[in-house]
Design a protein around this ligand. Sequence first.
Ligand SMILES: [Zn+2]
Ligand SMILES: [Zn+2]
Length: 109
Amino acid sequence: MKDTVGMPQTDSADTLAADALAGFQADQAAEATCVVCGSPSTTQPTDPRPSVSSDVDAAGLPATLPTLQLCDEHWSAYHTDWLLLGWCVDHYAEALRFCDVHQQNVPPL
Ligand SMILES: [Zn+2]
Ligand SMILES: [Zn+2]
């Protein structure tokens, strides 16, 4: 497996999937999208990150969570407790929903 992160390739349709993956990993600053619906993120650098409880190790969470990217709609939902977020392996997702990628229900943060 070649490490092409940081080297976006757009010259072939075959690279679209790999390109999308690279984009997903590198989009924290550029074209971030809402972790719930995929709309353009309106997260600001000053927005708070989710706080992680002390049982981080047990939950398998990374030591430092990446910036939470949400659209306006889901930010307001999150702040009014209508939206429960979880962490699935290596990405945010709406808690308790089934992740097709990892074949599991997303545990809440
Ligand atoms: Zn959204
Ligand atoms: Zn997942």
